[in-house]
Write a protein that binds this ligand. Structure first.
Ligand SMILES: [Fe+2]
Length: 329
């Protein structure tokens, strides 16, 4: 749309009642229909938030300064904005909307702030964690599609803390990546490796997000878990984690990531498993069968859920590239 052709009413003398309509009007010059819709809803809710809370200037400035501090403490290895999104429940909400999962597929969970791009590729049976203080753990997994067929050559990113509850990037004097690796599923969809039994840990709480939790009387702990991320062309990108059953924080995860289907027991390697994977009999063992959805399966479910949600809101939209935009036709 040619901006010069759009009639904009005067931007003067705006009031608490008509400011929203005027901001939406000037923003409507945007030619990207999806961006225009997202900004429209954002401005609408932001303004309603201010009107509903009767937000004071001091509170507004406190909020802006808080966001400034979140930015200032962030770096390549400290993702304070992801952490903020996590503790507000936004990360898990967005994952549930963008990656809906039917029964039978592996559910997703929060990415968290500690995934990096620097993990080394590891062969099956390799040692992911070199922390000698941790309890050695054998992890044996399979990867299948919704019909039960094995999926081979999937890129799998795996990461966990050391036995003190810190990721490698939290140690300023580290030599290189540890407690993380990249593997590929074999032609039976299997992958297996040696790690350490995950432990609970506090999210970084020495920054603005930690101060926020303290004011809210919330603890910063996450239950023991190991992160997994699966990528293969044609399949929906899956970010998930496995949580160890009976962790003291299983029902009060600071970032709301726990789902029953992702809670696992640590077992013991039988004589047969011990022989096959070259570990002592009785060695700690974690097994899990992951199920990936295809891109097509995910996008059709996502479209269906979007339509249902928009119907509930009484909003007339069409779905373009998997995302709703107003249907003006
Ligand atoms: Fe984590």
């Amino acid at each position: 749309m040619d901006p010069s052709q759009v009639e904009i009413s005067s931007m003067k003398n705006l009031t608490t009642e008509n400011i929203t309509e005027n901001v939406l009007q000037i923003n409507s010059l945007c030619s990207d229909a999806r961006m225009k819709y997202v900004l429209e809803r954002l401005v609408h809710h932001l303004h309603d938030f201010a009107r509903e809370t009767r937000l004071s200037s001091n509170e507004w400035m406190t909020g802006l300064n808080f966001l400034k501090e979140v930015g200032q403490i962030s770096s390549d290895v400290r993702q304070e904005f992801i952490l903020l999104s996590d503790v507000l429940g936004l990360s898990i909400l967005v994952d549930s909307i963008d990656h809906p999962k039917p029964k039978g597929s592996t559910e997703g969970t929060v990415l968290g702030p500690f995934h990096t791009q620097e993990a080394d590729e590891m062969t099956h049976g390799g040692l992911m964690s070199h922390d000698t203080q941790g309890e050695p753990l054998l992890v044996v997994c399979t990867l299948k599609d919704m019909s039960g067929n094995p999926i081979q050559d999937v890129k799998i990113d795996i990461w966990e803390t050391d036995s003190s509850g810190h990721y490698d990037v939290q140690h300023p004097d580290r030599d290189g990546p540890d407690g993380r690796c990249i593997m590929r599923s074999d032609n039976t969809g299997a992958f297996w490796f040696k790690a350490i039994t995950p432990v609970p840990y506090p999210i970084p709480h020495d920054g603005p997000v930690g101060q926020l939790l303290k004011k809210l009387h919330r603890h910063p702990y996450r239950p023991a878990h190991m992160h997994f991320m699966f990528e293969k062309s044609g399949y929906d990108h899956l970010v998930t984690a496995l949580y160890i059953r009976n962790d003291p924080y299983e029902t009060s995860d600071a970032v709301f990531g726990v789902k029953d289907s992702l809670v696992v027991d640590i077992g013991k390697a039988s004589a047969e498993v011990a022989r096959k994977y070259d570990v002592p009999e009785g060695h700690a063992l974690l097994t899990y069968d992951f199920v990936l959805m295809t891109d097509d399966e995910t996008s059709s479910l996502r479209d269906q859920k979007s339509r249902e949600a928009m119907d509930k809101l009484g909003r007339k939209v069409k779905i373009v590239d998997g995302l709703p935009i107003p249907d003006l036709d």
